[in-house]
Structure formats: structure tokens, C-alpha cells
Design a protein around this ligand. Structure first.
Ligand code: DAT
Length: 172
């Protein structure tokens, strides 16, 4: 593997897509949005009426991504990590946004009241951070603030630095 795979996770609306796409365009890593892949391949297993969204067929998503992940150099965007093989990722960045900022972003998306409330609670209780800490060690689960535009620049630089170090550590 010439370059590592990176996971960007966090509550919907924290800025994974924004960071992932911008990072990919600057670094040459390949950006994969799991939601988009699922939609393109219709990798679904039913529909969740309460949250008004299709239910992901996780096994088919893993099968779909396996080849690309084994090549390395992929930055994956998804609001979860418990169904991905742990070996796929060297590092899991968990994005976080202030509650009031996140609320506004999700309101703009037109989320229904239950979905809004549940997502804000998800952020408050650090659900995605805890999910990542189940398979991964704390030192490979850095948290990144993602409320302001300056945070975006800062995060890109931090991930670039991390990759540089990874390349040094793996080039012998
Ligand atoms: P996600 O992919 O986590 O669901 P997103 O990238 O679509 O989130 O971002 C949601 C909204 O927030 C979108 O309108 C862009 C904005 N946003 C993302 N990161 C930001 C940042 N660091 N500063 C300001 N706005 C940001």
C-alpha cells in the first residue's frame, strides 16, 4: 500500500463532505462518499420511515469498496464506522461542530423535527466518536473541530501532515 486509507466520520452536517472533497482535490487521494456509492448501486435493504431514508445494505457496501480499499489512498466519508473492516483504515478523523452551528446546517437541509433532535443528541453524546473508539485506539481517532471556515484549512493541514509522517514511517 503506497498511501493510507483515511476515514472521515461524525454526525451528519459536521462537514465531512466539504473537508473530504477539498482534501482529495489538494492531496491526490481518492474521495469516496459511502452515501453516494450506495445510491448509485442501490445498495439498500429497505426504507426507514421514521428517519425518511433508505437503509444501507452494509455487506454489499463493503463488497463494493473492498478492491479500492486494498489499493490504498482513499478518503472515505460516512457517518459511522462499525461495519467497515477495521484493517481498512490507519486513522479515523471524527469531525465535530458546535450544536448551534450544526442545528442551523441540518435545519437548512430540511430535516424533520425528530431527525434534527436525534442528530443533535448524536453530536452531544459523541456517538460517532465512541463508535470509532470501539475498534480503534484513541491515538488513531483524532477529533477535528468543524464549525468555522478556518477550521477547514486547519484540518486539511493536519491531515496532510499526518500523511507525510505516514509516508516517512512506511518508506523503508
Ligand atoms: P456532512 O458531509 O458531514 O454531512 P457537509 O460537508 O455537507 O457535512 O457540510 C454541511 C454544511 O456545513 C454545508 O453547507 C457546508 C458547511 N460546512 C462544512 N464545513 C464547514 C466549515 N468548516 N465551516 C463552515 N461551514 C462548513
Amino acid at each position: 500500500m503506497l498511501l493510507p486509507n483515511i476515514l472521515l466520520t461524525g454526525t451528519p452536517g459536521v462537514g465531512k463532505t466539504t473537508l473530504g472533497k477539498e482534501f482529495a482535490s489538494r492531496s491526490g487521494l481518492k474521495y469516496i462518499n459511502v452515501g453516494d456509492i450506495a445510491q448509485e448501486g442501490q445498495l439498500y435493504d429497505g426504507y426507514d420511515e421514521e428517519y425518511e431514508c433508505p437503509i444501507l445494505d452494509e455487506d454489499r457496501v463493503v463488497d463494493e469498496l473492498e478492491n479500492q480499499m486494498s489499493e490504498g489512498g482513499v478518503i472515505v466519508d460516512y457517518h459511522g464506522c462499525d461495519f467497515f473492516p477495521e484493517r481498512w483504515f490507519y486513522i479515523v478523523f471524527v469531525l465535530q461542530a458546535d450544536n448551534s452551528v450544526l442545528y442551523k446546517r441540518l435545519e437548512t437541509r430540511g430535516y424533520n423535527e425528530k431527525k434534527l433532535k436525534d442528530n443533535i443528541q448524536c453530536e452531544i453524546f459523541q456517538v460517532l466518536y465512541k463508535e470509532a473508539l470501539a475498534p480503534y485506539k484513541e491515538e488513531v481517532v483524532p477529533q477535528l473541530p468543524s464549525s468555522k471556515s478556518e477550521d477547514l484549512e486547519e484540518n486539511i493541514n493536519q491531515i496532510l501532515k499526518w500523511i507525510e509522517q505516514w509516508i516517512k514511517d512506511h518508506s523503508s
